[in-house]
Write a protein that binds this ligand. Structure first.
Ligand SMILES: [Zn+2]
Length: 365
């Protein structure tokens, strides 16, 4: 991290090297006519107009986030492009050191922050100062900080009331401030990205590219871990299963629906024959019957696994939805249709029955 303000024009954000011997040799360039500064600021790479300055800053941020601090600093030195301004670097270090008052002074000197960001950031910092004082049993100092520094900000009044209650509780229980790295992360979310680059931004962009490639893969048939960054993702027709490996014979009429559990250990099938079946998937991929689920008076149109795969919903056409325990094969609950035309069922990601808005027991796995 180095020493220019990130909201300055691109040519002013550039630093140039006096020599290549150490990071301290990097100097700020405020000379708009400097050919080197101009060329760095206007440089793009690839064919989409990606700014070289932004790209190098993202790589440097990734190196620092991955713990390769020296390599990150060397990149800044060699490229002449700094990760963030010296003011931001100093501010971040003061947060990590818990120097709250100094960090507030530094915050006000950082360019590119509007008043609302300064206010919100001050609140985050002062909240930690208050909690640390309480943690150190300096109740009077904490009260002074709350009255004279936090309250005058006039934001987040609910939290101020909550902090006030901590004053009364400080003798009864330990008040702990947040880890400082988390405080810095909270502040990072408030700052504009050109002032403080969001953590692991480059990884986020790579993940977006991977998602996009997988979504546009016409014959997608692979797991997350199978994707390599070295080549563009493409499953190809060859990965579509072409040969029959097993024929499952149990249902006595048409099979209407099939669904594997999220963990891949079970398969559930439903049929016009008014039954559903839970199948065990062996380690070698072979299936064998685990439970036949009987009780529906109508054909079973749909099955749905709970997010934790410990329960299963089965839906009888225009009849009822039944919730089953996967490990015993017993019915846990029967939901009536309540005059609804019922042909399907599902779960919300939190583990609640989506169709019937009835609370379902918590996951046990
Ligand atoms: Zn694919």
């Amino acid at each position: 991290m180095g020493g220019v303000e990130a909201n300055q024009p691109p040519s002013k954000r550039i630093k140039v090297k006096r020599s290549s011997s150490s990071p301290s040799d990097i100097i700020e360039s405020s000379d708009l006519d400097s050919p080197m500064a101009e060329s760095l600021a206007d440089d793009t790479i690839g064919y989409k107009g990606v700014r070289k300055v932004e790209f190098v800053r993202l790589v440097a941020e990734s190196l620092h986030s991955l713990g390769y601090k020296k390599t990150g600093e060397y990149l800044e030195k060699e490229s002449g492009i700094t990760l963030s301004s010296s003011g931001v670097t100093e501010f971040a270090q003061q947060i990590l050191d818990g120097n709250w008052d100094e960090s507030l002074n530094s915050l006000r000197k950082i360019s590119g922050l509007d008043e609302s960001v300064v206010k919100s950031s001050s609140f985050v910092i002062l909240e930690q100062k208050f909690l640390q004082l309480l943690n150190e049993h300096k109740v009077e100092n904490a009260l002074r900080a709350l009255r004279n520094e936090i309250s005058p900000l006039s934001i987040n009044m609910n939290r101020i009331c909550e902090l006030s209650s901590f004053l009364l509780l400080s003798n009864q229980r330990t008040i702990k401030p947040k880890p400082r790295s988390e405080v810095l992360r909270d502040l990072q979310k408030l700052f504009p990205p050109n002032v403080m680059i969001p953590e692991l931004r480059l990884l986020h962009l790579v993940e977006q590219a991977v998602d996009l490639q997988r979504d546009s893969c016409s014959f997608h048939n692979s797991l997350n871990g199978d994707t390599s960054l070295f080549i563009d993702h493409n499953c190809g027709k060859g990965q579509i299963p072409l040969h029959t490996s097993q024929i499952l014979c149990h249902h006595r009429d048409e099979v209407w629906f099939l669904e594997f559990s999220h963990n891949g250990k079970f398969l559930a099938s439903s049929s016009k024959d008014r039954s559903a079946v839970i199948w065990d998937v062996d380690l070698d991929g072979k299936l064998k019957i685990k439970y036949e689920l009987l009780g529906h008076k109508q054909s079973v149109s749909c099955v749905s696994w709970s997010p934790c795969d410990n329960q299963l919903l089965t839906c009888g056409v225009e009849e009822v939805v039944m919730r089953w325990d996967v490990f015993s094969g017993k019915v846990l609950y029967v939901y009536d249709k309540n005059d609804l035309g019922m042909i399907s069922c599902g779960w919300s990601p939190e583990g609640y029955s989506r169709e019937l808005t009835t609370k379902v027991s918590q996951c046990r796995i």
